[in-house]
Structures are given as structure tokens and as C-alpha cells.
Design a protein around this ligand. Structure first.
Ligand code: PLP
Length: 371
């Protein structure tokens, strides 16, 4: 089935007892045993499994064409579960441009437990040179946050396979509507479900989807259920509900993003635009080959430095100045301020999550703010 159909049906079933067409929310933390002590319903205790989480994991697995999915209380909890599942001393290769919250998690919580290098994973020679006998995972994020760098997923997978290394891809910016890393050979896909899956800036969630079941996946499952960083039944319900409109929302976001990027690209106040849908993007060809759509996140730098950037952001009326992304409302942020003192992000850079307002209103707002 096509993604629009999967998004609507895979996470939902008619309730057997009431015939309600939408699956009910099961708030129970515990489930009744059978007379013989068994659990014929398949449920025992909600940290291990809950019907709403099962529904969410079912649709997530199908959206990414995976064997199984595990849902978490946030994107960072999903990432953390991957790192916690690795043997101490495992070496991780991660990109030089990636979500700063996960980079900080690796550096602050796993120093002395795991080894890591942050490199340009898209440069094959650099990548090969950094693989060591204890390298276990190459972590990629494409498009990357906040510079919208594209990593050639198949190329990284080919190098990883030769060295028996696993590839995990953070697919948050792309969503399964724009890109399916498992189809390109990645072993696990990670998402911050807080973003496009939730889609309305009102819940936190995370997900991992595996290409195939394995001993490693079982360890990740154990981290999920024993560690307990699970989403509530309510959050699972809302995610399943929002995912039903994901394909159409993402296509709307992409439509606006392409037009906004083209507008910014021509504007005299703008120094550069980072958007994989523009032919001027240095990895436009890779993006075109591996993505169905170029996504709806972009960054741009302004002539006039940090002062001009902050001036623009404070003059906007439709865009909200806030971090995060993937909601129906357009958000804009001065990324270097969000990332903190060790940021490498240019100080004249603004990151935009393009929403679903009318594109004319978004362009008019930026036009007046940049004037
Ligand atoms: N990965 C990317 C690309 C992100 O942008 C974010 C959050 O901004 C995360 C992971 C972390 O997700 P969460 O905030 O849900 O923990």
C-alpha cells in the first residue's frame, strides 16, 4: 500500500467490543491474568507493552518499511537507547553537523563508556580512515540540523557493510514521506516524533525502526522496557491520530518550503540559503536521488551579521521565534543562541521550520521583516 493509506490504517483498528471505528485509549497500567496465570491478551504491564503503543509501533514500522518499531518518550530517549545498547568501549562515528542535543548527550553522558568521533561522514576517505576494529555504529543525520547537509546513505552503508558496522539514520528532518533510509540499507531509523509525526507542537515522542529483528534489536527493546522511557497511552493515541495526516501535511510543508527557499535565494539581504531543494545546494544531486521530496527545513544567512539576523527575527509577525520544528505553524530561530557557547553555527544564520500557513503570508512577513 501507499504511504497515505498506511498512515491512516496501519495504526488503527475497529474496537472489537464497542465497534468504535477509532481504537480506544487504554489507560490501564496492568492487565488481568487468565485463570491459568497466563496473559492471553498479550498485555501484562504497561511499561512492557500497551495497546496504544502497539498501534503506534505498528504504523511506525510500516511507514519506514521496517520489521519492527519501538516508541519512546522523546527523540533523545530513542537515541540514548541505541547508545545504551552498545557494549562499553564501542566506537561510534557521528556527523560533524547533527542535532546538538544528541551530540551533547553522547559527549556528556557517554564519555568514558563509549568512544566517539564527529567527522564529515559524507567524505568517503575521511569515513574509512576513522573506522577502527571497535567501531560499532555509524550515526548519520540527513538532512542535518542546522546546516541541511546531505549524507549519501547508500555510500555510507557500503563502507559500513565492508567493516561489519551498523548504520543508524536520524530521519527526523526528512520524515518517511521524503526519505526511507532502510530501503537504502540503513539498519535502524531514528525519529524525534515530537516533530512532524506529532505535527502540532503539543507532544514529545521518539521512535526507532529496525530493518530486521536481531540480538541487537532485542537489547534495544530491553533498554526501552527496562529503562522505561516510554510514551504514555495518551501520547501514543495522539501520535497515531496525527500520523494519519502526516503525508498530506508533509507535502504541504514541502510545497511552502520550496517557494520560500526560492524567494530567499533571490532576496538581496540574504547571503546564502541552505535547502536541499535548491539546485545551488552542494549536494542537490544526492538529495534528488535519495529523497522523494527535499523536506521543509531550511537555514539562511543574512548579510549584515548577527545584528541583522536578530533584527529580522524580532520583526516577524506570522513566524514565531521558537526552537523545534515540524508543527503546522512556522517557527524561526537564531540557531547559534539555541546551541550555546560551543556552537559552530554561523551567528548570522536563521533556521526555519516552514509551516502550513499560506505561502503568500509567509513571504510577505519575511519581506517586511528584511526590508
Ligand atoms: N533529532 C533531531 C534531528 C532533532 O531536531 C531533535 C530535536 O530537535 C531530536 C533528534 C531530539 O528529539 P526530542 O526533542 O524529541 O528529544
Amino acid at each position: 500500500m501507499k504511504i497515505e493509506t498506511i498512515a491512516i490504517h496501519a495504526g488503527n483498528h475497529t474496537d472489537a467490543s464497542s465497534k468504535a471505528v477509532i481504537q480506544p485509549i487504554v489507560m490501564a497500567t496492568t492487565f488481568e491474568r487468565d485463570a491459568d496465570g497466563g496473559f492471553s491478551s498479550g498485555y501484562q504491564y504497561s511499561r512492557s507493552a500497551n495497546p496504544n503503543r502497539t498501534a503506534l509501533e505498528t504504523v511506525l514500522a510500516q511507514l519506514e518499511n521496517g520489521a519492527e518499531a519501538a516508541a519512546f518518550s522523546s527523540g533523545n530517549a530513542a537515541g540514548m537507547s541505541v547508545f545504551q545498547s552498545l557494549e562499553p568501549g564501542t566506537h561510534i562515528i557521528a556527523p560533524d553537523d547533527m542535532y546538538h542535543g544528541l551530540r551533547n548527550q553522547i559527549k556528556s553522558l557517554f564519555t568514558g563508556i563509549l568512544e566517539f568521533d564527529f567527522i564529515d561522514v559524507n567524505d568517503e576517505e575521511i569515513l574509512k580512515a576513522h573506522i577502527k576494529p571497535n567501531t560499532g555504529v555509524i550515526w548519520i543525520e540527513t538532512p542535518s540540523n542546522p546546516l541541511l547537509k546531505i549524507t549519501d546513505i547508500s555510500k555510507v552503508v557500503a563502507v559500513a557493510r565492508k567493516h561489519n558496522v551498523k548504520v543508524v539514520c536520524d530521519n527526523t528532518f526528512a520524515t518517511p514521506v521524503c526519505q526511507n533510509p532502510l530501503n537504502l540499507g540503513a539498519d535502524i531509523v531514528m525519529h524525534s516524533a515530537t516533530k512532524y509525526f506529532g505535527g502540532h507542537s503539543d507532544l514529545m515522542g521518539g521512535a526507532l525502526i529496525t530493518a530486521q529483528k536481531s540480538d541487537w534489536w532485542e537489547k534495544i527493546r530491553n533498554v526501552q522496557t527496562m529503562g522505561g522511557a516510554i510514551p504514555s497511552p495518551m501520547d501514543c493515541y495522539y501520535l497515531v491520530r496525527s500520523i494519519k495526516t502526516l503525508p498530506y501535511r508533509v507535502k504541504g510543508h514541502v510545497h511552502n518550503a520550496q517557494l520560500l527557499a526560492e524567494f530567499l535565494d533571490k532576496h538581496p539581504a540574504v547571503e546564502s540559503v541552505m535547502y536541499p531543494g535548491l539546485p545551488t545546494h552542494p549536494q542537490y544531486d544526492i538529495a534528488k536521488a535519495q529523497m522523494t521530496y527535499p523536506g521543509a527545513m531550511m537555514s539562511f544567512t543574512l548579510k549584515g551579521g548577527e545584528e541583522k539576523a536578530k533584527n529580522v527575527i524580532n520583526s516577524l509577525r506570522v513566524f514565531t521565534q521558537a526552537t523545534s520544528l515540524g508543527g503546522v505553524e512556522s517557527l524561526i530561530e537564531h540557531r547559534a543562541s539555541v546551541e550555546g557557547p560551543d556552537t559552530k553555527t554561523p551567528f548570522n544564520l536563521l533556521r526555519v521550520s516552514v509551516g502550513l500557513e499560506h505561502i503568500d503570508d509567509l513571504i510577505a512577513d519575511l519581506e517586511q521583516a528584511m526590508a
